[in-house]
Design a protein around this ligand. Structure first.
Ligand SMILES: NC(=O)c1ccc[n+]([C@@H]2O[C@H](COP(=O)([O-])OP(=O)(O)OC[C@H]3O[C@@H](n4cnc5c(N)ncnc54)[C@H](O)[C@@H]3O)[C@@H](O)[C@H]2O)c1
Length: 486
């Protein structure tokens, strides 16, 4: 295949799969996964605390406060006004007012709380979940489950040690359409799959100039609690909320934001249950200068020996793929399979004829509640171990990226060697930047360190600088326990 043909292949297949699904009449007819049976007995109601009441916390509330078999007892947010706003929504839905608190530790002390559902920023996920499990609660934790590799493994340790149910918020894992596609891949229906691509082409604009915005911090937000394990740095971006995704001390870029969903599907589809043998990542924060630090344009290549996982993040516009801008492509020896969303996709033969299409949703929160009641970890669709492994792939790629050096476009091309896949991906990367009129003169790109990984120890091979980035310096008392100390 020529580079141009490959480029067209990727775009055409994303379109074809999206169009096939939009046209309806799935050939693999799938209903939603069985919804969790809801008990109506008040005695059996599970007490829930929602921690983090932003955009996603609202979704948690929508779900839990609408169910018959749980009661939302608390809404907790470091920004009190946000918690109060969401608490009103809870009251409206369930007819009973939840308590509003700013400090999650008050929730953990309450024996009537059975489980916590957390949608804080990423830098708080691990500590929230570990504290909750130590206090005897089951946990639904948003993705990425961790802010660094070590945190994820500590969460797995805590879940096993305290015998707790811990579900990761990668809801695709409960969707019947996704499960059917994974089964299809694992049954060898498109032959041997050696390449999985994850695509996250979501436009992300500038977050405004870097300045000291501390004086604008609202009085109703406890910034010390908000920062928690992260340094208590002056606020250097306009918006405290959400834009933390683009700052390394709190977020993980779009790789760990939208991208983790598709990263998880790549890993699930390839059937690999470790961190691989190596990683390299390149890209940049391109097209504008702002207070953000993470890459907005990034390619990460994970080496699994006989399999490869390639992930592309694009934060600038990709007009050609409008409407089909996140997804996965699995390349098999007898065809390929395209996932277009959280629940749908299509399989094609090598000539591009569609052979199967898939669609079907599910109830991820319900799956969590079922496992909470049965106490069977293996009933979870997204146990914390899966969340850890997939989140860690994002972190490993970001470590490579952050340890890289600024180089020219020609130098990146040279360093990628003669792999036709790597060159094709890079060709599309450059074309995308040209389409967005990014100036590629000089040394605009960051080419990450090629890092070898020991999957047994979940650490790097002979690179202490990279190893140091597997964890962080914690700010007491917000300290995630070290290995063996959860
Ligand atoms: N599964 C999904 O599809 C999905 C979708 C969106 C977001 N998410 C995840 O949900 C999380 C939250 O995202 P968001 O968009 O709602 O972000 P957000 O910034 O809008 O909300 C986060 C909230 O957490 C609060 N918070 C911070 N520290 C806290 C603390 N110590 N205790 C209690 N609350 C605290 C913040 O004040 C804020 O209100 C992220 O990790 C994100 O990746 C998942």
């Amino acid at each position: 295949m020529t580079d141009l043909n490959r480029r067209r292949f990727l775009e055409d297949s994303m379109f074809a799969a999206a169009a096939a699904v939009a046209a309806g009449s799935v050939t693999q007819a799938l209903g939603a996964e069985e919804a969790a049976p809801q008990s109506t007995s008040p005695i059996e109601k599970l007490g829930v605390a929602i921690i983090g009441a932003g955009g996603r916390g609202g979704d948690h509330i929508n779900n839990f406060a609408s169910r018959q078999d749980v009661e939302v007892l608390y809404v907790c947010d470091a920004d009190l006004r946000r918690a109060e706003g969401r608490a009103k929504e809870v009251t409206k839905k369930q007819g009973r007012e939840p308590k509003v608190v700013q400090d999650m530790r008050q929730v953990f002390d309450d024996k009537s709380v059975d489980l916590i559902s957390t949608a804080t920023p990423n830098h708080w996920h691990a500590l929230t979940a570990i504290w909750a499990m130590q206090a005897g609660k089951d946990v639904y934790v948003e993705k990425p489950v961790s802010h660094n590799v070590s945190e994820g493994r500590r969460m797995v340790e805590a879940a096993r040690k305290y015998n707790k149910i811990c579900q990761t918020g990668t809801q695709s894992r409960s969707n019947a359409g996704m499960k059917a596609m994974i089964d299809y891949l694992h049954a060898g229906k498109i032959g041997e799959v050696t390449l999985a691509r994850g695509l996250c082409y979501k436009p992300r604009g500038s977050i405004g100039p870097r300045e000291d915005y501390s004086s604008r911090m609202p009085a109703h937000c406890n910034y010390d609690l908000w920062c928690g394990p992260a340094p208590l740095d002056p606020l250097s971006r306009k918006n405290l909320h959400y834009d933390w995704h683009w700052v390394w001390s709190t977020g993980n870029g779009d790789l760990g934001n939208q991208g983790i969903h598709q990263m998880d599907l790549c890993r699930w589809g390839l059937g690999v249950d470790n961190l691989g043998r190596g990683v390299v990542s390149y890209g940049g924060r391109l097209g504008y200068e702002d207070a953000g630090e993470t890459a907005n344009t990034q390619v990460s290549i994970h080496d699994y020996g006989d399999k490869t996982l390639v992930f592309e993040v694009r934060g600038l516009r990709t007009d050609k793929l409008k409407g089909a801008d996140v997804g996965n492509i699995f390349q098999g020896s007898k065809g390929y399979l395209v996932m277009t969303s959280y629940s749908s996709g299509a399989a094609f033969d090598p000539e591009g004829n569609m052979i199967e299409k898939f669609q079907g949703g599910g109830d991820h929160y319900g799956n969590f509640l079922n496992a909470v009641r049965s106490r069977k970890v293996d009933e979870l669709n997204a146990d914390i171990l899966e969340g850890h492994l997939s989140s860690a792939l994002c972190h490993l790629a970001n470590i490579s990226y952050r340890l890289g050096e600024k180089v020219s476009v020609e130098e990146v091309k040279a360093r990628l060697g003669d792999s036709s896949e790597n060159q094709e991906t890079f060709g599309r990367f450059v074309a995308h930047l040209n389409d967005n009129k990014v100036n590629l003169e000089g040394t605009p790109l960051n080419f990450g360190l090629q890092l070898a990984i020991n999957p047994e120890t979940e650490s790097f091979v002979n690179n202490s600088q990279a190893d140091a980035m597997l964890t962080r310096e914690y700010r007491a008392p917000y300290v995630v326990p070290a290995a063996g100390q959860v």
